[in-house]
Design a binder for this molecule. Structure first.
Ligand code: GLC
Length: 580
């Protein structure tokens, strides 16, 4: 029979000679090469519409973010990525920009923006802007001009196909109710291209004037002092404008046909020369192309294009049906390996285009929500790559439960529903899947306290607040040392004090273990072992003798159970061991 000595907390270990150190290591003596602030950054992503409303109109705004700057600082994050805040008719919540130098009226004014930036910089927090230039809004002046006549000087800012040539070869649109990326426009009897919604016409990047306009816009923001750019959907910017016919069914694998087309790298090199090289800014592109080669070509330092890749293969793993831990291990490990020597990655499990982290990757049952969110945050903040933490995930915010399409606000959900309906899909199943995966799940308002609408607004929130705000909110979690929020803060502190977690090499341990994700991080003579039980059952893992001498750096439970040469992890237990 195994000895079941449950060791409670702090400094007990079963192993002979195990020592308990009070202080985690603060640095390594090993020289670290190619250090940069953006590799060391911990990014907090804010969806401004849902963060904090300061004026009672039900929509979050810049003054609301300003009110919460001390909170943001208290998280230990070092940079904020703001989803688009530019003037927009909001067909896609700001991802349809009608003035790239204006602030969306609902969000405030340029003065508010300047105050926000100043407030962030005073607190040593960097600001990364979202640049949406694969497409603009159909209400942008450029498009209004472009559609007005065939010989307008702005005509060539967009992609047009004259109707007298017949219907253009089919292109798939991600957000169109018919899935058709060509929209007929009677004003000039022509079709225009929109990879997203029809209110989001694609800009013509082969036109040097368009490119120059974009660089000028980026310089406008860089001159204000912003610290970085996230390039929205940019992998799709280059197009083969001869519009060859694609094989039937190509849309199931549209990335292969849409991403990284000829010209894209030259546009990025030009952007780098014109903008990035002139400022101390970080750059990240949404999507990392079709394969590792594409991803390296985007971000390897000698390419002089972008700083870091933001690849989707990881975040896309969990599905309505669930996911296999083995897949998660395989995917994160292969990306790490591929970028071990050259290039740099983003690490993220959620964003504004996904449902909530704990509902997809963990277990949002109240019994396990807290432990499993802490586990996921431990993972994100102990991996190599720049972590991007989505607002609310530091609290363990969960999916909201919508059962009717009328409850959704997102254009992708609404038009996706219309398309599924006309395709004759099983609509009951469609709604169940949407309930699990919709982007609106990740966009419900931030839960600040127990007052009405969770303290997000004094008005009516643009999207309902999740009913569980009495149990999950900043105020309660702030005062509870064992909360998800305070665990998040401990993790950011640990990452910042331990360069090994930023720069150290990564190695998977016990790759075949069905429920535990275990890996080491190594830098110089420092070694850490991360143990994560991705299961609601107790899980056991054998420990190598070389790890016997260790101290616990962080633990989402109050103790760790040792049995002979193994450790038993409680449901969703997550620990980092500092190996002597
Ligand atoms: C990106 C954004 C998403 C937006 C789309 C169109 O994928 O992350 O929110 O809807 O581009 O701009």
């Amino acid at each position: 029979m195994k000895r079941s000595s449950i060791r409670l907390a702090i400094c007990l270990s079963f192993f002979v000679g195990t020592s308990c150190k009070q202080n985690p290591p603060e640095s390594t003596n090993a020289p670290i090469e190619n250090t940069t602030w953006w590799k060391e950054a911990i990014v907090y992503q804010i969806y401004p519409r849902s963060f904090k409303d300061s004026d009672g109109d039900g929509v979050g705004d810049l003054k609301g973010i300003i009110e919460k700057l001390d909170y943001i600082k208290s998280l230990g994050v070092t940079a904020v990525w703001l989803n688009p805040i530019y003037t927009s008719p909001n067909a896609d919540n700001g991802y349809d920009v009608s003035d790239y130098r204006g602030i969306m009226a609902e969000f405030g004014t340029m003065e508010d923006f300047d105050n926000l930036l100043e407030g962030m910089h005073q607190r040593d927090i960097k600001l990364v802007m979202d640049i949406v230039v694969n497409h603009s809004s159909d209400e942008h002046q450029w498009f209004k001009q472009s559609r007005s006549s065939r010989d307008n000087p702005y005509r060539n800012y967009y992609h047009w196909w004259p109707a007298e040539k017949g219907k253009p070869p089919y292109r798939y649109s991600l957000f169109d109710a018919k899935g058709d990326a060509w929209q007929y426009d009677s004003i000039t009897d022509a079709y225009y291209l929109h990879y997203f919604a029809k209110q989001q016409p694609d800009l013509n990047w082969s036109n040097p004037k368009v490119r120059q306009e974009v660089y000028d816009i980026m310089k406008f923001w860089a001159d204000k002092g912003v610290d970085g750019f996230r390039l929205d959907a940019f992998q799709f910017a280059a197009k083969d404008t001869t519009y060859p016919k694609f094989p039937d069914g190509f849309e199931k694998d549209f990335i292969q046909y849409y991403a990284m087309q000829d010209g894209l790298h030259s546009y990025l090199k030009e952007m780098n020369q014109e903008v990035f090289s002139k400022y101390d800014v970080m750059s990240v592109s949404e999507g990392a192309g079709r394969n590792f080669g594409d991803a390296h070509n985007l971000v390897d330092a000698d390419r002089k294009e972008l700083n870091m890749a933001y690849a989707f293969e990881g975040v896309d793993i969990p599905k309505y049906e669930g996911y296999e831990l083995s897949t998660m291990k395989k995917v994160f490990s292969k990306w790490d390996k591929e970028f071990a020597e050259e290039g740099w990655l983003s690490i993220f499990l959620a964003n504004h285009d996904q449902a909530r982290m704990v509902s997809r990757w963990g277990n949002d049952d109240p019994k396990f929500r807290s432990a499993s969110t802490k586990l996921l945050n431990t993972f994100m903040l102990s991996m190599r790559g720049t972590p991007y933490c989505y607002f609310g995930d530091e609290l363990g915010m969960t999916n909201i439960d919508f059962d009717s399409i009328s409850q959704y606000q997102d254009i992708a959900a609404i038009n996706g529903y219309l398309k599924a309906l006309s395709d004759g899909e099983d609509m009951e199943l469609f709604l169940k899947k949407l309930n699990f995966s919709s982007r609106d799940n990740g966009r419900t308002p931030m839960q600040w306290n127990e007052t009405k609408h969770a303290g997000f607004t004094t008005g009516t929130p643009w999207l309902p607040v999740n009913e569980n705000y009495m149990a999950i909110n900043v105020e309660d979690e702030d005062s509870n040392p064992e909360s998800v929020l305070n665990h998040f803060r401990k993790m950011t502190e640990i990452r910042k004090r331990n360069p090994i977690l930023v720069y150290g090499s990564y190695a998977l341990v016990a790759p075949e273990h069905p429920t535990i994700y275990a890996f080491t991080r190594t830098l110089g003579d420092k070694l850490m072992l991360v143990l994560l039980n991705f299961s609601k059952e107790i899980s056991e893992i054998n420990l190598d003798s070389k790890w016997e001498n260790h101290s616990i750096l962080i633990n989402n439970y109050s103790g760790l159970d040792y049995f002979d040469k193994s450790i038993k992890l409680k449901p969703y237990q997550a620990v980092i061991l500092n190996i002597d």
